[in-house]
Write a protein of this length. Sequence first.
Length: 77
Amino acid sequence: MPTQLEIFYFPDDRLDAKNAARYLGLSPKTLAMMRCTGKGPRFVKRGRIFYFKDDLDDWLRAGQATSTAQAAAKSGS
């Protein structure tokens, strides 16, 4: 049975980096590395790093594939 995760959203659907990583199923460190290399979802830096839920969903949808070969081609591997 899947475990439900608690994810905190700000009223404007922003998530901090920790909650964004949890939402995406990534570790905060992986998300930070993706941010540094420009391979992750769009983010906003206003003292702290924030992500908008819509940007996270768009990023996830952009990675959709029907096979592992298609996924590798999309990621450039």
